[in-house]
Write a protein that binds this ligand. Sequence first.
Ligand code: GLN
Length: 313
Amino acid sequence: MKATKILALILALALAVCAFAACGDKANDEDVNTNAQGEQAPEESDTIVMGTQIGFPPFEVFDDNAQPAGFDIDLSNMIADAAGKKLQIENMDFGGLIAAIQSGKIDFSAAGMSVTEERLQSVDFSKPYYSSRQVIVVPADSTIASKEDLLGKKVAVQEGTTGDSMVREFKETDNGEPKDNTVSFKLNADVAMEVLNGRADAFVLDEEPSKAIVAQNEGKLKILDVEFGTEEYAIAVKKGNTELLDIINGVIDQMMSDGTYDAMIAEYFPDRAVEAEGEAPVDGAEGAIDQLAEDVDANADAADTAAADAVAE
Ligand code: GLN
């Protein structure tokens, strides 16, 4: 009798802890549902969870009130609206986003994440919404002037990013250099700090955050005009979540056709708009959209090929 009472107490306590802590967490909710109710689908939640790593300007930053803001945040709000849900943002390491999508901890990522063949094995991507590239950043007085000059030099990268794998691959395969000349960090800011403090010779990051870092450290750094290849940012969802993917692609189509995308480009990339205006006074964002439309097709082809390959295997 006494033992049962104690057991009941422990159970009650566990439930109380659960109510106040981890069980409010979406991932745990799902676990609870599957464990307790077998095949039954998890309860419909009124929130949709987006994962990102804040500190990637101008896509995800903290604004003056320490609130998440930026291009990806705006896009995520549009996605949540279209899904009829409240947006919840989970700030996490970029390198952990794919696993978080796979485990259901987050519903989608909006993190300046580039579509790659490797990631396509683990998640599904929306249509691309931005074309970017990796750039090499060095101290203003550095003699490094080319990609080849990075060989044998210490290069800082952000862990788990395309820049990380590109630098490692370049150093390893083309010239047999040891890859331990590359150091990785979880935050863009730390990657840049390594070069600013003279502990690394260069860093390789996406173009837009690199521009922001160079601007913040006036006169100290320069971006090399060197091609590391272009990449497309897209939203990632759990493999097979076509319901959400359709909503996201609908939002992307809509924003590209109704002027929202142009407005966002003008807001977040003022120098892009100025550059383009210099060439053609019409509308700078239009060229970017045409380019993106081509990229969208190219990406759809790549996705089809990947899908066909997967079927063939
Ligand atoms: N675009 C890069 C990638 O997909 C970096 C993204 C990021 O650091 N947020 O790997």
